[in-house]
Design a protein around this ligand. Structure first.
Ligand code: ZN
Length: 129
């Protein structure tokens, strides 16, 4: 995978202000604000920053959190780091290609993975099969 490395001003020109805040500044969208919460078709959720496929529709589930949630990412598509912005350390994950922030992953997801990728819908684009 070729990494994408753009300056902040280049990203600002490519993204909407709301996308920029989430993808490049690790912002969090308002819960229940993303139309992707209701997306139930078969397809692929790709990074809104660079188009890298991140999640398949088969791994999406309703976590009732108000954010699109997945129990597994496409292998190698995301990377993680520890986020200490809150008192409790969380695991942040981002697109492995462009570094765009997607969300946080928690260990309270459904079987078989037990993982919950809690994703900002605005950081994703859905491509139906
Ligand atoms: Zn990306």
């Amino acid at each position: 995978m070729d990494k994408i490395d753009r300056s902040n001003s280049q990203w600002k020109a490519l993204l909407t202000p709301a996308q920029y805040e989430v993808l490049r500044e690790e912002g969090t969208e308002r819960p229940h604000s993303s139309p992707l919460n209701q997306e139930k078709r078969k397809g692929t959720f790709v990074c809104a920053g660079c188009g890298q496929p991140l999640f398949k529709s088969e791994t999406k589930y309703d976590s009732r959190t108000g954010w699109p949630s997945f129990c597994a990412s496409i292998p190698g598509a995301v990377e993680t780091k520890v986020d200490r912005k809150l008192l409790i350390a969380r695991t942040e994950y981002h697109c492995a290609r462009c570094g765009g922030h997607q969300g946080h992953v928690f260990a309270d997801g459904p079987a078989p993975t037990g993982q919950r990728f809690c994703n900002n819908g605005i950081a994703l684009r859905f491509e139906p099969d």
